[in-house]
Design a protein around this ligand. Sequence first.
Ligand SMILES: Nc1ncnc2c1ncn2[C@@H]1O[C@H](COP(=O)(O)OP(=O)(O)OP(=O)(O)O)[C@@H](O)[C@H]1O
Ligand SMILES: Cc1cn([C@H]2C[C@H](O)[C@@H](COP(=O)(O)O)O2)c(=O)[nH]c1=O
Length: 215
Amino acid sequence: MKLRPFSDHPRGVFVSIDGPSGAGKSTIVRHLEQMLVATGEAVHVTAEPSKGAIGGLCRELTETTKGYALACLYAADRYHHVDEEIRPHLEAGRTVISDRYIPSGLVMQRFDGIDPTFLWQINAAADRPDLAVILEADAEVIAERLHDRGAHNRFQLSPGSSHAEVHFYRQATERLIQAGFDVLRVDCNQRAPEQVARVIRDRLTSFFAQPASTS
Ligand SMILES: Nc1ncnc2c1ncn2[C@@H]1O[C@H](COP(=O)(O)OP(=O)(O)OP(=O)(O)O)[C@@H](O)[C@H]1O
Ligand SMILES: Cc1cn([C@H]2C[C@H](O)[C@@H](COP(=O)(O)O)O2)c(=O)[nH]c1=O
């Protein structure tokens, strides 16, 4: 059976990619984009914090601001990101891939001791992705990758941060599944980035591509 690209849908497909630091989010997003574009999909790649004004504040303040203020700032950026960038691209029929989305908001601010229920509530009105991908890997594996690559932020510098983040992601993932999110968990311990991207591409194709009409 020949498949029509899923970006032929009247509204595009929204995919979020999250997972602990070093699991490979940015690497996988690049591979997935290339794979989808090669098969004729119209793709828009984005990330959080967004490139908008509130995203700029997030980037500026993450190292020096903590707690409720930062959690609310990230949630505000998410709502603005949806309104200004994600929805318009979906409405234009593109597949939107976001490097970090709601799951990161449920996880990262826990490093500052914010209650998970509060984090859930401030993110509750954000549009749900059609597919929420969670990259999973053992704490030892991602700690080694981070060590080799270097830390990107203060969360990655605290001792045992990889163990804590893996634990927070497990809890957040359970919560997303309970709430009815379509979640794809991909084990990234042994798979090469191309293989991880292929797993995601295959899932998108099997769920969202439509059979091409024969007429
Ligand atoms: N599947 C994989 N197998 C082995 N190494 C990988 C894999 N995916 C990514 N890497 C490597 O691990 C490191 C971290 O990858 P990347 O920066 O994509 O992770 P990330 O999840 O986006 O991290 P951060 O949250 O810090 O932005 C990089 O050096 C990358 O080359
Ligand atoms: C979406 C989101 C992000 N963050 C933080 C975590 C990092 O410091 C940066 C993202 O940079 P990276 O290169 O992708 O690692 O933003 C956060 O604290 N909370 C969030 O919801």
